[in-house]
Design a protein around this ligand. Structure first.
Ligand code: ATP
Length: 203
């Protein structure tokens, strides 16, 4: 696509968001600002295939928490494209569907944390991802990562690396804090903490 025809630069940030936490929000904001993106879509997985443990909140709850967290944040939008498609989520399908939804003059930027970027060689049809979106790998505390160390055949070998805000939070930690009865106020947005409390999630 000739760059002069690009009308919109859209970040695609996929995840289980189980639940969405401050690390996600900080990463998306940092990439949006550094790459001058018009919008970031938070694309909530319907199902998952690369994680050892099944997720513990329903897609509806995870999507709703993302909606709450991004509400009123300029340029942040929750996307249910993977939930609507149903079945296991594969990023190539997400990107194809988004191209159909958004039109050909949109340029997609797939945002992945360093841990996810490193695992992209295991993703289904991972080699096609670079044709559908520019890949942006973002630093994550505790994750060694460098684009240069990847084999040329690795889908993330052509990624742009952004150090990002390096916020040491994971959804696993949020769930662990909740099951231990600890406060998650420092880890997630207030509206998300309230929803988790009200729905009795992760207990
Ligand atoms: P879990 O602990 O359940 O594995 P998670 O915190 O990694 O969850 P996901 O929803 O699985 O959250 O992640 C979605 C995307 O966000 C992935 O690309 C992941 O690498 C990235 N990500 C999550 N947390 C961070 C963080 N603190 N810094 C950078 N990237 C992150």
């Amino acid at each position: 696509m000739a760059s002069s025809h690009v009308t919109k630069r859209v970040g695609v940030f996929g995840g289980t968001f189980d639940p969405i936490h401050n690390g996600h929000i900080a990463v998306a904001g940092s990439v949006r600002d550094q790459l001058d993106l018009d919008e970031v879509l938070f694309v909530v997985t319907s199902d998952q295939w690369l994680r050892e443990n099944p997720h513990v909140a329903s897609a509806a709850d995870r999507f709703h928490m993302v909606e709450l967290a991004v509400d009123n944040v300029a340029g942040f939008t929750a996307s249910d494209v993977d939930i609507v498609r149903e079945g296991s989520t594969f990023t190539v399908d997400t990107l194809v569907d988004l191209h159909h939804q958004l039109g050909i003059w949109v340029e997609l930027y797939l945002i992945v944390g360093a841990d996810s970027a490193a695992s992209m060689d295991q993703w289904r049809n991972g080699s096609e991802i670079g044709d559908l979106a520019k890949i942006v790998a973002v630093g994550r505390p505790g994750q060694e990562f460098s684009v240069e160390s990847l084999a040329a055949s690795h889908p993330a070998s052509g990624a742009e690396y952004v150090v990002g805000p390096m916020v040491d939070v994971s959804a696993t930690r949020v769930r662990e804090f909740l099951s231990a009865g600890r406060s998650i106020d420092e880890l997630v947005a207030g509206v998300v903490a309230e929803y988790i409390e009200k729905q009795g999630l992760y207990r």
